[in-house]
Design a protein around this ligand. Structure first.
Ligand SMILES: [Zn+2]
Ligand SMILES: [Zn+2]
Length: 90
């Protein structure tokens, strides 16, 4: 999954860290800056980032506790794929 352009940081690495980035748990400012820069340059990664953010917001809204967040996340992702294939296309 790549836009075909060369990046300082690999797309796979960005997508690995994008969850942490969304959670604001990246304590390394250099990392955060690199990810932000990558998201500006890279359409596919930006789309994935937006999707993860949407999922996170939905999960937070529908479940205040930490019950099975992974199950819920998968459900929400499936739902988003139904209603927004343009966003979820991957
Ligand atoms: Zn790219
Ligand atoms: Zn990328």
């Amino acid at each position: 999954m790549s836009c075909g352009r060369p990046h300082d940081v690999d797309c796979a690495e960005i997508l690995d860290r994008v969850y942490v980035f969304i959670d604001d748990e990246l304590h390394d400012q250099v990392d955060a800056a690199a990810i932000r820069q990558h998201l500006i340059e890279c359409g596919p990664c930006l789309r994935q980032y937006n999707l993860e953010r949407a999922v996170k917001a939905l999960v937070a809204r529908s479940c205040g506790c930490d019950c099975a967040p992974e199950v819920l996340r998968v459900k929400v992702l499936a739902r988003i794929r139904e209603v927004r294939p343009d966003v979820a296309e991957r």
